[in-house]
Design a protein around this ligand. Sequence first.
Ligand code: ADP
Ligand code: MG
Length: 229
Amino acid sequence: MIHLTDIKKTYQTGDTVYTALDIPLFHCEQGELLAIIGESGSGKTTLLRILGLLDHCDSGSYQLKDQLTERFTYKQEAQIRNQMIGFVLQHFGLITDYTVKENILLPTTYLPRKIRKEKAAQLATLATDLQIDNQLKKYPNQLSRGQQQRVAIARALINDPDILLADEPTGNLDSHNSQLVLDILRREHQKGKTVIIVTHEQAIADACDRQVVMKDGKLEERSVRVDSV
Ligand code: ADP
Ligand code: MG
């Protein structure tokens, strides 16, 4: 599904070049539930943005579903982001002057009219599933943070992507809502999606099937699982 070789990403500030990512090899199978765990500043978001085609690496190759992503045109990238990848972010990323319903349907905007109608019809089921069916006409600032994150998840799911990329999805939530979000992500994994969760919390990582640790831009497989209590 996802295969990285010799990925490097640097940031330059003035004369200093900072290596944010240095990954000789990384692989994620289709249908995996994978945690990338690491401290703040270790490069997790940088990696997730590259995986989600929101950013590019400086060198190395990224194969997504056996396709070399560096060959994608800008338009192909946008299409894949829209249809194959769903993003869930720590700060939800909802548009404040759109209603919940408009936010969720946003990724369907450029789809053919017929499909757009189908998606609008599926919205009710998705909203019920995520327990936000009573919130559709409200605006994000009228919702609790837990509800806002579930709206963001609905938006990530509306185009039925193969891959869900979640960047600290529970970072802004209390433990009850964190658990809800985790349960939803695990359920999507059970339905067959590839789910990658970036986190600095061990308990979240322990809820995943595989963990890789990110440290100073490098990845290591964590072979011994620390079981959460
Ligand atoms: P994490 O998500 O693990 O907290 P990030 O991927 O956001 O880490 O950042 C990794 C490192 O790269 C940090 O030291 C950060 O300061 C640096 N960095 C991230 N984005 C930029 C940028 N746009 N310009 C310069 N440095 C950046
Ligand atoms: Mg981050």
